[in-house]
Design a protein around this ligand. Structure first.
Ligand SMILES: CC(=O)N[C@H]1[C@@H](OP(=O)(O)OP(=O)(O)OC[C@H]2O[C@@H](n3ccc(=O)[nH]c3=O)[C@H](O)[C@@H]2O)O[C@H](CO)[C@@H](O)[C@@H]1O
Ligand SMILES: C=C(OP(=O)(O)O)C(=O)O
Length: 434
């Protein structure tokens, strides 16, 4: 288990370029299974989860060329589906969430799929109902085999239909779209997730020959086609990294330029950080966060305490709430952070409290943060990273704290943030990988 030793209290400055988006990459990589032709993907983040998904594709017989660390050329013309039934697949796919999205393309192209219990962050219950019920509506049958922990899916005859999703699941919507593109007839998905990464997936599929309309809305219409061909695709900047860097800059009183932030795809993210009192402005597609002595949390218009909560797109992503929470600890003012989607994502506040933050964990979903207005600095401590976003939040806390901190279990951070220690050190941070 690797650790970071962080010497806090240093102001950072300079330019940082966001990596390609992890959660887009996981969808796009799954889609290469839909065609026997060549698919070239650019701006791939060099992170654990994504590298593992690429390894799984190669293990299944997909040919993979890597001209460089951020580009890959795939050809899925000789896929060995039986590999999905092997203990190696179960073991590797259980280490990330993205592998669940192999099911949609495999069902549509090969008529069967196996889904082991997927991995990913342990942040509360993460059910697969939306995925499986969507597949069933398209005509697939499924059996859960308790002895091997697999869902076995069969779909000799997928047919388009109307479906109203129980919830706008991100990976569920991606899976159903990928199952429907090669089905017979028209599929209509209402209450679809519609975040930019799903829009990117739909656009890529249309370039491959699919017929999807309603992209960007929660009502998608998919006219099934017989065949999909090859394409090229560039992954967007990672909006969660962009949000993390905005928070990091404010918390460490740093002057940071986020170059090529993909501003048009960020939705309400910049405004949520502005509500915390953080100044930021745009120069072209760059976000510039100036050094700020103090930032003051706004209230609602009637003067009541601000609440920041997650909501499916175009609402605020749950993946940035941990960062909002840590940044609020040094603001002037108070905020209620309400994590509606996941039950176990706020428990890391214990570590921030140990560092001296004033936070009341009201229940598993809500934490009230009373900002210290920099009158008291956080203290460095030893802590362990429970999940990817809590991990980065603890890193931000440690970078702003007085003294040294040790963050254990940094594999969680490496799952989603590319060379984070080197990139932040080049801005003046002091992070040692132990
Ligand atoms: C690999 C990947 O892309 N992972 C992302 C994906 O996970 P993932 O696709 O697994 O998440 P889902 O969208 O399915 O749902 C996340 C959680 O929110 C709950 N839920 C969802 C919608 C809703 O209206 N109400 C509700 O309570 C679900 O029951 C579930 O517990 O989307 C999540 C929600 O943006 C992100 O946190 C994950 O980073
Ligand atoms: C929860 C996340 O990832 P995953 O769905 O891959 O566990 C995340 O990216 O914050």
């Amino acid at each position: 288990m690797n650790s970071f030793e962080v010497t806090g209290g240093k102001k950072l400055s300079g330019t940082i370029i966001p990596q390609g988006a992890k959660n887009e990459a996981l969808q796009i990589l799954s889609a290469v299974l839909l065609t026997p032709e060549t698919v070239t993907i650019r701006n791939i983040p060099d992170i654990l989860d994504v590298n593992l998904l690429i390894e799984l594709l190669a293990d299944m017989g997909v040919s993979v060329q890597r001209p460089d660390r951020h580009t890959a050329i795939f050809k899925a013309d000789n896929v060995n589906i039986d590999y999905l039934h092997s203990p190696e697949f179960r073991n590797k796919s259980g280490r990330l969430r993205g592998s669940v999205m192999f099911a949609g393309p495999l069902l549509s192209r090969f008529k069967k799929a196996f889904i082991p219990k997927p991995g990913g962050d342990k942040i509360g219950r993460r059910r697969l109902d939306t995925h499986i019920i969507g597949f069933e509506k398209l005509g697939a049958t499924f059996n859960y085999h308790p002895e091997d922990g697999y869902f076995h899916l069969d779909a000799s005859n997928l047919r388009g239909t109307y479906m109203l999703l129980d919830e706008p699941s991100v990976t569920g919507t991606a899976n159903i779209i990928m199952a429907a593109v090669l089905a017979k007839g028209t599929t209509t998905i209402y209450n679809a997730a519609c975040e930019p990464y799903l829009q990117q997936l739909c656009k890529m599929l249309n370039r491959m020959g699919a017929d999807i309309s309603g992209i960007g809305s929660n009502l998608l219409t998919i006219n099934g086609v017989d065949y999909l061909g090859g394409t090229e695709h560039g992954i967007l900047p990672d909006m969660i990294e962009v949000g993390s860097f905005i928070g990091l800059a404010a918390m460490t009183q740093s002057n940071i330029r986020i170059q090529g932030a993909g501003i048009e795809h960020l939705g309400v993210i910049p405004d949520k950080f502005r509500q915390l009192g953080i100044q930021l402005h745009y120069e072209g597609d760059d976000i510039v966060i100036p050094e700020q002595e103090l930032y003051e949390i706004q209230t609602f218009l009637d003067g009541s305490v601000l609440t920041i909560y997650d909501h499916p797109w175009p609402g605020f992503t749950p993946d940035l709430l941990s960062i909002v929470l840590v940044v609020a600890t040094q603001a002037r003012g108070s905020v209620l952070v309400h994590q509606k989607m996941f039950e176990s994502r706020l428990f890391f506040v214990d570590k921030l409290i140990d560092m001296g933050a004033q936070i009341i964990l009201c229940d598993p979903h809500r934490a009230a943060v009373i900002g210290l207005a920099r009158e008291q600095r956080l203290r460095g401590i030893t802590m362990s990273s429970p999940d990817i976003r809590a991990g980065v939040s603890l890193l931000i806390a440690a970078l702003s704290a007085e003294g040294k901190s040790t963050i254990q279990n940094i594999e969680q951070i490496d799952r989603g943030y590319q060379y984070i220690d080197q990139r932040l050190n080049s801005l003046g941070a002091e992070i040692k990988r132990l």
